[in-house]
Design a protein around this ligand. Structure first.
Ligand SMILES: *Cc1c(COP(=O)(O)O)cnc(C)c1O
Length: 368
């Protein structure tokens, strides 16, 4: 889908904020640790190509979730290592070899199927995934992991890394985290061959369990200036949110007491009121549960009244504003601020989902 460029609705991405955030993290972890920027899902909605191009000099590599995301980066000229975190389809393997994209190997069943089709894996680089307690993908014991490593090496692949992923690094209670860490270490110690790059840290682990940083970190949410715990844990250092979501008033009117607004006529004015209409709706990722939340206009909070439509929302204004007046949905206006975490709280979800759901219809505008 093409972005709708001739509408005032846009996501503004501050690339220098992402660079600043990476530099902040780099200043707080040992210099020898490799930093990988996680740019899956279009860099959490921020735009994988512009983000990767802007930060490639600050990181050692990139992580994505699938081969298409990796190929998108290669086509854009990104030459740094790229690791696919998820399970790849077998047809991705020749592409990975050709484009020097690193695959994750997470099960013997997958590897056996691959080897039955393609016994020679020369040119392929892989990382082994260990399931230390997340329960999604990965080897759950040393024996199977070592068997995979041996078979990969015998087939000519380079086993460059081994990693795990924590389920609760963003929570106050560390007990599951500690259990996962000790399981990971136990599995590593049972291997005859330890791959050179060992990594376990996402943003939360890098921030709050720095003792767990091994020799690489996979940085997602935090580089976009978001707190991966929402409000549960405080950030140990400052980061800057990189994304703001903006639009403008395209229609302003006065309605009488008793008048209704929106589908279902769920809002009834109890007085003479001024209603503004904004060209953004659930098709842009501004979901229907945003009814009752606020937008910022002229430094003031204005409530979203009536249902969120596919393409439009309606807000109650404190006064008449001219058409074209700026509306901030995420970001600053005067002294007021709405963060992705505020939006997430309203929806009962996490800031990750808020930024990822901003749809392709919303153009991204880049600030350096
Ligand atoms: C998405 C992902 C990350 C990044 O997570 P953040 O919480 O955004 O830092 C790291 N590792 C794996 C395996 C992931 O899937």
């Amino acid at each position: 889908m093409k972005a709708s460029l001739h509408r005032p609705t846009k996501a503004v991405i501050d690339l220098s904020a992402i660079a600043f955030n990476i530099e902040q993290i780099a200043a707080h972890i040992p210099q020898s640790v490799q930093k990988w920027a996680v740019v899956k899902a279009n860099a959490y909605g921020h735009g994988a190509i512009p983000v990767s191009q802007h930060v490639q000099g600050l990181v050692d590599g990139f992580c994505v979730s699938n081969i298409d995301e990796a190929l998108e980066l290669r086509e854009a000229g990104i030459a740094k290592p790229i690791l696919i975190l998820g399970v790849s389809s077998l047809e991705a393997v020749p592409l990975a070899i050709q484009q020097q994209i690193t695959l994750t190997v997470a099960s013997l069943a997958w590897l056996e199927e691959l080897l039955s089709q393609q016994p020679n894996l020369t040119g392929l680089t892989v990382h082994i995934k260990i399931d230390s307690g997340m329960g999604r993908i990965g080897f759950r014991d040393s024996q199977e992991a070592q068997q995979a490593i041996s078979r990969l090496q015998a087939a000519g692949a380079v086993v460059e890394g081994i990693f795990t992923h924590f389920a609760t690094a963003d929570e106050r209670d560390a007990s599951h985290f500690v259990a996962q860490l000790s399981r990971f270490k136990e599995i590593l110690s049972g291997l005859a061959f330890l791959p050179p790059i060992v990594h376990a840290s996402n943003s939360a682990t890098t921030l709050w369990h720095s003792e767990t940083i091994m020799n690489a970190v996979r940085l997602g949410d935090i580089i976009y200036g978001l707190n991966p715990s929402g409000r549960v844990l405080d950030l140990p250092y400052e980061v800057k949110p990189a994304l703001s979501l903006e639009s403008a008033l395209v229609h302003v009117k006065e309605i009488q007491a008793g008048a209704h607004v929106g589908y279902g006529a769920t809002y009834t004015s109890d007085s003479l009121q001024i209603i503004g209409t904004i060209p953004l709706g659930y098709a842009d990722g501004w979901t229907r549960d945003m009814q009752g939340f606020d937008v910022l206009i002229d430094g003031q909070r204005c409530p979203i009244v009536g249902r969120v439509s596919m393409d439009q929302i309606t807000v109650r204004l404190p006064q008449v504003y001219p058409l074209g007046t700026q509306v901030v949905l995420i970001g600053n206006s005067g002294a007021e601020l709405i963060t992705a975490t505020d939006v997430a709280d309203k929806r009962g979800t996490i800031n990750y989902e808020v930024v990822c759901l901003i749809s392709d219809r919303v153009p991204r505008e880049y600030k350096k």
